[in-house]
Design a protein around this ligand. Structure first.
Ligand code: HEC
Ligand code: HEC
Length: 199
């Protein structure tokens, strides 16, 4: 079991190395200006500034580009479904995804949200006890293929954490699944309030 997970993890590392090295695969470097043109259809939900129009739609502003690209690949491959994204991603080429990701990644991050102070404090405690920040970065701003949580809609975060916990959303290498497995509904609400309160 352990060996299988390790092999999977190594394969993913190899995959991301190829994905993040356009020269290796002969692709053009990501072009944020081209990405803005290609993202016109996305603006109606995710906003031109990367701030989404409703709380069940994620903000994409300042998301690590590899995280956006990877999620789009997941939607296109029908491994992840939700919000019609599994249909919207189908026409996108790998280059479209890299360009769109470069556009959204370069935008200013979403503003910090106020929330219940006790929940936020509890969320901060759980986040450090469960090492959420060791992967999502100290201020939960995301890195490499790991999503930014800071300033994200708390409703969206709660839905995703519950889906990852139940396995309804399958994550790439099982690491996020194990991180979510032990969380109670109350933990999830506190973590979401804490992440949303960051910028
Ligand atoms: C009709 C509204 C709508 C449109 C149009 C739309 N999206 Fe989405 N998008 C969503 C919703 C809702 C989700 C959350 C899906 C879920 O629940 O898993 C989402 C999720 C995503 C995610 C995952 C973000 C994360 O943090 O995991 C990415 C990336 C994304 N969309 C990119 C795009 C791009 C690029 C386009 C344009 C080609 C686009 N979306 C068009 C509604 C939309
Ligand atoms: C071992 C590294 C690791 C740890 C620890 C970790 N995460 Fe994650 N997290 C990931 C990865 C990788 C993804 C992307 C999963 C995927 O879609 O394959 C992710 C995705 C997420 C998402 C979905 C974000 C989105 O935009 O859709 C949320 C929410 C999240 N993590 C919250 C947490 C919380 C809260 C903790 C602590 C309890 C945590 N994570 C701990 C690696 C980690």
């Amino acid at each position: 079991m352990k060996v299988v997970i390790k092999t999977k993890a190594i394969l993913w590392v190899a995959f991301f190395t190829v994905l993040s090295s356009p020269l290796l695969v002969g692709a053009a470097p990501p072009d944020a200006a081209a990405g803005k043109v290609k993202a016109q259809t996305c603006f109606v939900c995710h906003g031109e500034n990367g701030i989404s129009i409703s709380s069940d739609i994620p903000n994409l502003a300042a998301q690590p580009p590899l995280s956006i690209t990877y999620q789009l690949i997941q939607f296109r491959g029908q491994q992840r479904k939700g919000g019609a994204m599994e249909a919207l991603a189908v026409p996108l080429s790998d280059q479209d995804m890299r360009d769109i990701a470069a556009y959204y990644a370069a935008l200013s991050p979403p503003p910090a949200k106020s929330g219940n102070v006790d929940k936020i404090a509890k969320g901060q405690q759980i986040s450090s006890a469960q090492y959420c920040n060791s992967c999502h970065s100290p201020q939960l701003q995301g890195q490499k293929h790991i999503a930014r949580l800071a300033g994200q809609s708390p409703e969206y975060l709660i839905t995703q954490l519950k889906n990852i916990r139940s396995g309804a959303r399958v994550d790439m290498d099982g690491t996020m699944g194990s991180a979510a497995r032990g969380l109670s509904d109350d933990d999830i609400e506190s973590l979401a309030a804490y992440a949303a309160s960051l910028n």
